[in-house]
Design a protein around this ligand. Sequence first.
Ligand code: ATP
Length: 516
Amino acid sequence: MASINSEDLFKNIISHAKEYGFIFQSSEIYDGLSAVYDYGQNGAELKKNIREFWWKAMVQMNENIVGIDASIFMHPTTWKASGHVDAFNDPLVDNKDSKKRYRADVLIEDHVAKIEGKILKEVEKARGRFGDAFDEAQFRTTNPRVVENQQKIDAINTRFKAALEANDLEEVRQIIIDLEIVCPISGTRNWTEVRQFNLMFSTQIGSVSEEASTIYLRPETAQGIFVNFLNVQKTGRMKIPFGIAQTGKAFRNEIVARQFIFRMREFEQMEMQFFIKPGTEMEWYKYWKETRMRWHRSLGFPEGKQRFHDHLKLAHYANAACDIEFEFPFGFKELEGIHSRTDFDLGNHEKFSGKKLQYFDPELNQSYVPYVLETSIGLDRMFLAILSESYAEEKLEDGSERVVLRIPPFLAPVKCAVMPLVKKDGLPEKAREIMDRIKYDHNCFYEEKDNIGKRYRRQDAIGTPFCITVDHETLVDNAVTIRYRDTMLQERIPIEQVENILNEKVDMRAALRKLN
Ligand code: ATP
C-alpha cells in the first residue's frame, strides 16, 4: 500500500474502529451526539483489559495502594471546595455572523502562533543564506523584522495574561478586536462579549422541583477519593505513604470537542492519589513520573512515542506538574497528568466541611494534613493510543493486503479464534471441544463461516493474536494448526498443548513482571 499521510491514517483508524465493532458514535440512528461515543463488542473488551492492566499495576502490585469505587454524584459543596464551581471555566466568544462559538484564549493563542510562524520563516530563510556561519540567537535579537514580531508577541502575551489574572473578560474581547482576529468561517470581526463557561454538567436532585437542588456530574474522579480519605485510612489502617486508586466516568462540557475519542464530553479516568508527608512531594513526584512512564513503555511501542511535558502554567492546586504525552496520529498530546497537589484538596475539604481530615503520624507524634501526589490518565485516550499504535496496513508478499491490529496479546479483545476447516465431517465438534477447554480462561471466538483465509483476515483486523484450525488430520493425530497474527506463520501443535501455549502467550503477569 502506498504510504499515507497521518490525517488519512487517522480517518482510516476511525472507520476501522467502527467497521470492526470497537467504537460507534453514540445514538447514531439519531445522527449521533457530538463528542459522545459508545464502545462496541471488541472495544468494550479492549477497554476492560486496559483498565485491568492499570488496576493490577496500581492496586494489586502495590501493598500500600487500595482501590475504591465512589459515586458520580457528590454533595454540591465538594465542587466549591475543589475550586471547580469558581475556576473550572473556559472563556467563550461567539461570532454573530457565523454563529460559531470559539474559546477566546484559543483564538488569541492561534494568532500568536501565526506571528511565531512568520519569525520561524525568517529564521529558516537566514539559515539558508548564511549556512554554517548562522548564529540563530544573534539573528533573533538583531533582525529588525524578527525583533518587531517578537515584541508584538510579548506585548500580546503580557496583556492577555494580565486580563486573565484580573478575570477581565471585556479586556479579553478588546484584545481580540485590537488584533483584528476574524472568524475563519464568516471572515468577520463581529464578536459577542466574552463569557466564562463552566465545564461542569449540572442536574437536579430530588423528586419535587421546588425541593430540587443543583448537583453536578463529577468532572474528575479525584474528589471521590479525597472525601473518602479518612474512611479508607481508618478502616484499612493505612500508614502514610499510601495511595487510593479508582477508575470511573467523568463529564466535561467541552466546547471544542473533536479528534474522535481524544476529547469527549463523557469519558473514563483512572486516577490514583498518593498521600504523603509534607515536604516529601518532590521525591514522590520523581518516583511516580518514572513509575508511570515504565508502565507506558512496558507495552513495547517504539522508543520516542511517549515524552514528558512540564507544565509552564501550574493549576491553582499544584506546586509541580507534568504530562506524559503520546504521539497520536495528530501529534504529541496529553495522555496522563502527574500532579503534586500539595494539601490543597484535603485542606479545602476541611475548611468547607468543618471536619478534620488529618493523619496522626506515630513517628512524628503529631497530626497533619497530608500532601497528595496524583497520577491521572484517561482510559479512552489510552485506548486511542493503543488502537492507533497497533493499526497497520500491510502489503503481503503475494500482493494481497491486510489490515492488522498488533495489540499486545494480553490486551487483545479476543485471545484466540478456533476454526474448523470445514463445517462437516466432525470438525466442528472437535473445534467445540477445544473451545470448551479454553473459554474459562480467555475470551475466545468460534468461527466456521467463509474460507480460512478470510477468517484469518477478520481476526487480524480485530487483533486476535492466535488462530487454531482443526482439519481432517486433527481427527487422526490429535494436533491442530496454530497461526500467529504478527508473523502469519503456522505451526502444528498437539491439542494438549493449546491451553498451555495460550496461557503463556496472553498472560498479563508477564507484562506486570516487567514493571518491577
Ligand atoms: P486537556 O488539557 O487535554 O483538556 P486536562 O489537562 O484538562 O486535559 P486533566 O484534568 O489533567 O486533563 O485530566 C486527566 C486526564 O483525563 C487527561 O490526561 C486525559 O487523559 C483525560 N481527559 C481529560 N479530559 C478529557 C476528555 N474531554 N476526553 C477524554 N479524556 C480526557
